[in-house]
Write a protein that binds this ligand. Structure first.
Ligand SMILES: *Cc1c(COP(=O)(O)O)cnc(C)c1O
Length: 441
């Protein structure tokens, strides 16, 4: 009898995976709180919220209840010419929580589509206003906004997208304004804003996830956005990862002292990590530019499952949990625990930098000179975590925690223990070619 993993291996093609050399996948049959339970009963602590999506724990009974109720009431209806209660309710609730200028909600399927919609809103906004020469996007080096073509175009030109580079539209990259680099990046921005063709600036607010949880301050982001606004450039906050409490407040953009983004993108935590859904919100003037007696000024974008009622019900149920005082306290507890752990290990040998924002903690290990064994180090880190029954996905020499909010102090301690062991591993690490070279993310 083949195992589940063997049957998988015979028919499936996994994301971000070199199928020839990857080990067999771990078969998970159940989830419970912060734990994933394998076919053989082994329990794995989910330290990264299953790719940054889960907020309140796996198989959460409240979300399950609301989803099954919705499934028995209305599973789906087309969203052009029709509407339904959960789509309206969710939009009303979100707009009440988002920065005050956000006025409209456009539903789609995932983070990448939320970004595609945002980019198309910006381009068609200027098209509708009779300024089609405005069509250049600004974005950060090392940014990640998704895997569809528009999203790839505004993301870092990294190795993963190299086969597609010739087909990606041109954008202008800014360095990330990490502490110490602020003035340099503001000057880069000023030079670009002198051009007449800049349409939009898309950014991951405060934390660049895939880049290795690279962090920068709300003050410098506020200044970047302010200068864009002075030049009529629309700003897109991609909150696909940061949204729904990850950075502390409900949305990272709330931390901006004065400015507000014109457009915002959400997915991942939107449904608490239960169902795929994306959404893009925008300020009133953007929406107004699509209003006309001329049908061709409409936004001709949509997906078959736009505003799926079941996904909307999951989002409403998750939002109810996220807005509860108990969730605020959980996030504060995670942030305090991360801050204490940071104090403990910052400055120790083997640690280059520790970064922390809200419920996200990133440890950048110092593997010494040379980058050639980063990928072997990454695999060694990954294996060490799995051996400790902890799910982490190191980004090179950066290992981050992004746990579900329900993660207890005892569970956090298990995660920190693994991060401590990783430091030991870095200190002992000798470049001996024993581990296979995988293709990683
Ligand atoms: C994950 C992510 C995306 C892409 O979302 P998908 O749902 O995976 O398509 C876009 N932007 C950011 C900031 C992300 O973290």
């Amino acid at each position: 009898m083949p195992t589940l993993a063997e049957r998988d291996y015979a028919v499936l093609w996994h994301p971000y995976t070199q199928m020839q050399t990857a080990p067999l996948p771990v078969p998970i049959v159940r989830g419970e709180g912060s734990w994933l339970i394998a076919e053989d009963g082994t329990r794995y602590l989910d330290g990264i919220s299953s790719w940054w999506v889960n907020l309140h724990g796996h198989a959460h009974p409240h979300i399950a209840e609301r989803v099954s109720e919705q499934l028995r009431t209305l599973e789906h209806v087309l969203f052009a010419g029709f509407t339904h209660p959960t789509a309206v309710e969710l939009a009303e609730q979100l707009l009440a929580l988002l920065p005050a200028n956000q006025a409209r909600v456009f539903y789609s399927d995932n983070g990448s589509t939320a970004v595609e919609v945002a980019l198309k809103m910006v381009l068609q906004y200027f098209h509708n206003l009779g300024q089609p020469e405005r069509r250049t996007f600004l974005c950060f080096q090392n940014s990640y906004h998704g895997d569809t073509f528009g999203a790839m175009a505004v993301s870092s030109r990294g190795a993963f997208t190299q086969p597609f580079w010739p087909l990606l539209f041109d954008v202008e990259f800014l360095d990330v304004p990490v502490p110490g680099q602020e003035q340099e990046v503001l000057s880069q921005l000023d030079a670009l804003l002198a051009r007449p063709d800049v349409a939009g600036f898309i950014f991951e607010p405060l934390v660049l996830g895939t880049a290795g949880m690279v962090m920068y301050t709300p003050e410098v982001l506020d200044e970047l956005v302010r200068r864009c606004h002075q030049h009529g450039v629309l700003c897109i906050a991609d909150e696909v990862m940061t949204g729904f409490g990850r950075t502390g407040p409900l949305f990272a953009s709330e931390l901006l002292p004065r400015e507000q983004p014109d457009i915002m993108c959400f997915s991942k935590g939107l449904t608490g990590g239960t169902l795929a859904m994306g959404l893009t919100t925008c300020a009133a003037p953007i929406y107004a530019a699509f209003l006309s007696d001329d049908k061709m000024k409409a936004l001709f974008h949509g997906h078959s499952y736009t505003a799926n009622p079941v996904a909307c019900a999951a989002a409403l149920a998750s939002l109810e949990l996220t807005r509860a005082e108990a969730c605020t306290q959980q996030r504060q507890r995670l942030a305090a625990a991360h801050a204490a752990f940071r104090q403990e290990i910052e400055g120790l040998p083997g640690i280059r930098q520790v970064r922390h924002q809200g419920t996200i903690l990133a440890v950048e290990y110092d593997p010494g000179e040379g980058t050639s064994y980063f990928s072997r180090l990454r695999d060694a880190f990954y294996q060490l975590a799995i051996d400790n029954h902890v799910v982490l996905r190191p980004l090179g020499n950066v290992v981050y925690l992004l746990p579900p909010y329900c993660t207890t102090n005892e569970e956090l301690e298990l995660l920190y223990a693994v991060l401590r062991q990783m430091r030991e591993l870095v200190l002992d690490f000798l470049p001996a070619p024993t581990l296979p070279e995988y293709l990683h993310d």
